[in-house]
Design a protein around this ligand. Sequence first.
Ligand code: ADP
Ligand code: 5SP
Length: 498
Amino acid sequence: MKYVIGVDLGTSAVKTVLVNPQGEVVHEHSEAYPLSRPEPGWSEQNPEDWVDKTLVSLRRLMEKSSADPQEVEGLSFSGQMHGLVLVDAEGKVLRPAILWNDTRTTAQCRKIENTLESKLLSIAKNRALEGFTLPKILWVQENEPDILSQASLFLLPKDYVRYRLSGEYAMDYSDAAGTLLLDVSGKTWSQDIAAAFDLPLSLCPPLVESFDQTGTLLPDIAEASGLLPSTKVFAGGADNACGAIGAGILQEGQTMCSIGTSGVVLSFESRKELEVDGKLHFFNHSEKDAYYVMGVTLAAGHSLTWFKETFAKEKSFDELLEGIGSIPAGSSGLLFTPYISGERTPHPDADIRGSFIGMDSGHTLSHFARAVLEGITFSLRESIDIVRESGKEIHEVVAIGGGARNETWLQMQADIFNATIIKLESEQGPAMGAAMLAAYGCGWFPSLTDCAKAFIRPAKTYAPNAERAELYSGLFSLYQEVYSQTRELNRKLVPYRN
Ligand SMILES: Nc1ncnc2c1ncn2[C@@H]1O[C@H](COP(=O)(O)OP(=O)(O)O)[C@@H](O)[C@H]1O
Ligand SMILES: O=C(CO)[C@@H](O)[C@H](O)COP(=O)(O)O
């Protein structure tokens, strides 16, 4: 038997999957790492934790499977996007990584917009959002100039881990697109953007395709992970691009909804000249010369995790959600907005915070749990609507991520999106996408599309229920009002957040 490994460097954990040529996940293993929030709105991780846990996860995967290391032909990566890792000339990390969900950079975003004006959308194809990488580099430039002056390169999370595993520096287009330093349609680093902020282009690593080989495992790494120094290492991609590959989103008209820590609605796009005016993210795909548009809910699964940890810590997700099927759609008038760490689509607002509206003495824990799922799903419906307004039809949506584990939530997505939801045999979208990039890179298939045909199998579909779809459509209008009704209040609450 031959295998490939997909490594998904997530926000909460690194997941590794061992996949055979039929696309079956033979074994998987996950290792969690901490996230630190040293100040309100900050979110950091220690890159050394990623490397340690990736090696532990690979070793456990190999031990569990008892696969012969000779049989593992290659591995590739999917990574949390946008996080800033700065390294010096020796490859030493200069400060903790600043993550995608860190919102300290509002001032830097305004500086980028004011400096670049229309160039930002014409070159980088995206607006300046706190989560993206360039604002983080500018924050370091302003607040820790000594650190930036020692930096010889910036990397994204999975690029740092790959460098430690293979000794080679590289960044693929799908992840580079989320930095705001890439000329997205030209597929080169933008000299114009870098020069506007006095950043040398030498700070940017070499660009590669997601399925390009970037060396093999270093001998000490091979030993620590239970693999061989001949194991091929492929570049990999942004977690959302890999999630899309793993969900088979490889053609115009295909859309996925991923509910992990964040929530994402992503639709394939073949036209590099498409203008979405910053309303959606527009990024390079991990498929060659393809793109995607995407809307992001910052705290999707994170809202559910926060709710569980705060109000029902002793319960598992399944225990918390087991009663929600008997709560009526609309949670008996309880409405939740998932803005617990600010929001991105459609409200790029670092100061907004969540609400429960309509609390009643008759509401139970199950009403609250259902309202949380409905609020997250309404937020994703806002992205679905913007994608539809851009001219795309959405009749079917492939669901991936931890949120796809709950049947009631999948049906709720069908009812709120008014589209058929497809659940796959494996909800391991990004890790599976990474494994597919390795399989294609190893030459197992002539194209990623052929690989998708062999690897991806639908398990179940959920059709919208007309009555509930209508009820949710009315409630969605009320949900949309909550943002404007609570924005000013939240702004006034900012000084009290400490
Ligand atoms: N059994 C479950 N039912 C519904 N949602 C779940 C379940 N288990 C986990 N989740 C949600 O999935 C999220 C984790 O999804 P995952 O795709 O693993 O995220 P990430 O890659 O961001 O770490 C959690 O935040 C949680 O809200
Ligand atoms: O910032 C984004 C996309 O722009 C996030 O989607 C991150 O890429 C992290 O994703 P998860 O940890 O939720 O998978």
